[in-house]
Design a protein around this ligand. Structure first.
Ligand code: NDP
Length: 255
């Protein structure tokens, strides 16, 4: 199985950290970023280096900022060489769950800037680099979407909009890059235990107990990590532009 140089956005905590650990366990080299300063995840880096054989590095980058994105890619290549896989995981919920009629433009811009503009232009830049530089046969881009691409929540409409557009970005890039051998996927999590869901944890505990998901438990970051690692084995090589639901059966329609 190939060992790749993988960039994970938002990899220091939550789902991203689950992805980083699963990729590390599979032997890949992993660079990951977040807004927190370099040095803030030295403990996590030490854990990775103690347990796995790959190379690991953390970079400070706000994915919504174009010069940060350029610097990130330069730093990644200086550390690892070419990039074989990009995992667009970084994302935010609105700071305030405001009713659709009250949602402000500042929140719209913030959420769309991080959840859509960031991954879109990072994918664009990475794809150009992959076309020029990558020596590996397997090249892949994975977007972490959300069931909110399809499910309407009127108190976080900007989040739903961002994730439905990420679904289209996955399709667009899969069409553009298929001839160049670059597979593009969306992994679509359901309800996953992380800081993002911390504030609404009790609400989801109740909903899960009452049957929100067919599998009556929270999703965990490593459920998403395992799905990402599976895609990097090439197990779904004859598949691109597709959504892989990792949601405990939440989206199965029932009567
Ligand atoms: P968390 O809030 O726990 O973590 C978010 C991660 O994104 C952090 O690592 C954070 O790092 C990073 N991040 C946020 N903003 C930026 C930015 N501007 N630039 C770079 N990194 C950033 O969220 P989750 O782990 O739960 O979410 C990860 C992804 O999964 C998101 O895209 C989310 O929409 C999606 N998702 C989550 C679900 C859930 O139930 N938890 C369900 C469906 C989808 P830092 O703070 O250091 O910047």
């Amino acid at each position: 199985m190939g060992k790749y140089n993988v960039l994970v956005t938002g990899g220091a905590r939550g789902i991203g950290a689950g992805i980083v650990r699963s990729l590390a366990a599979a032997g890949h080299n992993v660079g990951f970023c977040g807004r927190a300063e370099v040095g803030s995840c030295d403990d996590f880096l030490a854990e990775l280096k103690a347990n796995y054989s790959g190379n690991f590095a953390y970079f400070c980058c706000d994915v919504s900022n174009s010069s940060d994105r350029e610097k990130l890619l330069g730093d990644f290549e200086a550390t690892f060489g070419s990039i074989d896989a990009l995992i667009n995981n970084a994302g935010v919920a609105p700071n305030v769950r405001a009713d659709l009629l009250d949602m402000g433009e500042d929140s719209f811009d913030r959420v769309l800037g991080i959840n859509l503009k960031g991954p879109f232009f990072l994918t664009q830049a990475v794809a150009k680099r992959m076309l020029k530089n990558s020596s590996s046969n397997f090249k892949c881009i994975i977007n972490i979407g959300s069931v909110s691409a399809d499910y309407a929540s009127i108190n976080r409409g900007e989040y739903c909009l961002s994730k439905s557009a990420v679904a289209m970005a996955t399709k667009l890039f899969s069409v553009r890059l298929a001839d160049d051998g670059i597979c593009v996927y969306e992994i679509r999590p359901g309800v996953i235990k992380s800081d993002m869901t911390g504030a609404v944890s009790a609400k989801y505990d109740k909903m899960i107990a009452e049957g929100l998901t067919l599998q009556k438990r929270w999703g965990m970051p490593d459920d998403i990590g395992k799905a990402v690692a599976m895609l990097l084995t090439g197990a779904l090589a004859y598949s691109t532009g597709q959504v892989i639901n990792v949601d405990g059966g939440l989206t199965i329609e029932r009567f």
